[in-house]
Design a protein around this ligand. Structure first.
Ligand code: SF4
Ligand code: SF4
Ligand code: SF4
Length: 437
């Protein structure tokens, strides 16, 4: 295998930045935005495939995946935190921690540049920023492919010239950075990870626009990042009868059953073994914790610290009055993200075994295995059919999910593991033993 595979692509952008022949460019298809190789330019060097996190997810050896899963549980400290700037806290994603940390890093000259992702109408683009205004304008969560590492070559040049850069990215992006960054330059880079369970292919934006369309003649103009307090909302902008109409979509409508079932995820995400940014100095996520749920509308972040540098940086940001932190435990971290922490590991291991044709897993965990087989079949189907059919299929599935109360079935099966740590550990042990064999 010497080339990337667009079907797996999780939208990091690294292959486009690093191809020595500039042979890869982004193309917009009817359903997605994908990297495409120009065969006339490609010299089959294999670099793109060797750095691609999606290929890594799908084809990494079980042993490698299991080793990394263990690293995922290595943390230096856990906090809940938020920005002390109420405006940023409200407009930023869940507490505005990332925006405020970047502000601190730039204002106090801890770094010279930050690599961030800025939202623009129906897409997002990476930005190497050196001023706080750009950082604040880029706040909010984006749930679609962003190809942030398209600027990686430029970032590497800056680092080689002695500049210090903070990179904000999804766990898979940080893994690529770690892979290609010479060890002697690691000290020039601060990695801020955004916890992630999957991103959505672009056709999901079309789906959301159609679903919430205020009229049959409405044309989509733009979609905003998730903002505006906690849990926040996205804003869809339409052009209707010579005027602009805004439609607000709440966080839970955006992450509806279709998306929660990962039917909109690229294949690379379905085998992802790093949701909590094992390479990050600091990792940030929503704090879905009973301490804050329903009690806080400004936003609170869960913060996992993985390195001494990350710890020092956070403490300095607190001392300088930029952010506020309260101590939390590792247990708090699991509670704040518990469904995802526990369930995704089991799901990923079962999928991996099914894809490796270890079908005897069906006898051991029949309900879980059937769910994963159906999910994989559905993702493959939606990936292959034209958008108009995908849209129709999705609407039917959505209705069925609602009528048959499928979320509660899956929830019941998997929540069992969240509420029974013994059963979770036993299952993980069985699955990892099988994965090893
Ligand atoms: S194989 Fe090498 S030359 Fe070809 S697209 Fe990939 S990185 Fe570029
Ligand atoms: S995941 Fe990244 S490296 Fe892989 S194909 Fe997509 S953009 Fe390229
Ligand atoms: S689930 Fe993993 S591979 Fe997919 S976008 Fe998130 S970090 Fe990247």
């Amino acid at each position: 295998m010497y080339r990337i595979n667009a079907r797996y692509c999780v939208g990091c952008g690294a292959c486009i930045a690093l191809c020595p022949r500039n042979a890869i460019e982004l193309v917009v298809t009817k359903k997605d935005v994908i990297p495409k190789i120009d065969d006339d330019k490609c010299v089959k060097c294999g670099l793109c495939a060797s750095i691609c996190p999606a290929i890594d997810n799908v084809f990494a050896s079980n042993r490698y995946v299991l080793e990394n899963m263990i690293i995922e549980f290595n943390v230096k400290a856990v906090y809940f935190g938020w920005s002390r700037d109420r405006g940023i806290r409200f407009e930023g994603a869940s507490g505005g921690i990332v925006t405020t940390l970047l502000r601190y890093l730039l204002e106090k000259k801890v770094v010279d540049y930050v690599l961030i992702t800025k939202h623009r109408s129906l897409s997002a683009f990476p930005l190497i920023a050196s001023n706080v205004e750009d950082v604040v304008e880029s706040s909010g969560s984006i749930y679609f492919k962003t190809f942030t590492l398209i600027r990686l070559r430029k970032v590497l040049n800056l680092i080689r010239r002695g500049y210090r850069v903070a990179i904000v990215g999804l766990p898979c992006m940080l893994r690529v950075v770690k892979k290609i960054l010479p060890p002697d330059l690691r000290g020039h880079v601060i990695l801020i990870g955004l916890m992630c369970y999957h991103i959505n292919a672009f056709w999901y934006i079309k789906y959301i626009f159609s679903k919430f369309s205020p009229s049959t003649t409405a044309r989509p103009i733009s979609v905003s990042p998730r903002r505006g307090g906690w849990p926040g909302k996205i804003m869809l902008k339409y052009y209707v009868d010579n005027s602009v109409r805004n439609v607000e979509v709440g966080q839970f409508d955006l992450w509806n059953a279709i998306s929660i079932f990962e039917l909109t995820a690229p294949k690379g995400c379905l085998y992802c073994y790093d949701h909590t940014a094992i390479e990050g100095d600091i990792v940030v996520a929503d704090a879905w914790h009973p301490k804050f749920l329903g009690k806080d509308i400004l936003g609170v972040s869960l913060i996992i610290v993985r390195s001494s540098r990350g710890l020092k940086l956070l403490q300095n940001a607190v001392n300088e009055g930029f952010i506020e932190l309260i101590d939390a435990s590792r247990g708090d971290a699991y509670v704040a993200q518990h469904r995802n922490f526990f369930i995704r590991i089991i799901q990923m291991l079962i999928r991996r075994l099914i894809s490796q044709r270890q079908l005897n897993i069906i006898f051991k965990y029949p309900r879980e295995a059937i769910i994963e087989i159906l999910r994989l079949a559905m993702v493959n189907l939606l990936d292959r059919v034209p958008f108009v059919y995908a849209y129709a299929i999705i609407r039917v599935i959505e209705k069925l999910i609602y009528i048959l109360k499928i979320p509660s079935i899956e929830e019941r099966i998997y929540t069992h593991y969240c509420n029974n740590p013994r059963s979770f550990l036993k299952t993980i042990k069985t699955l990892t033993l099988r994965a090893r064999s």
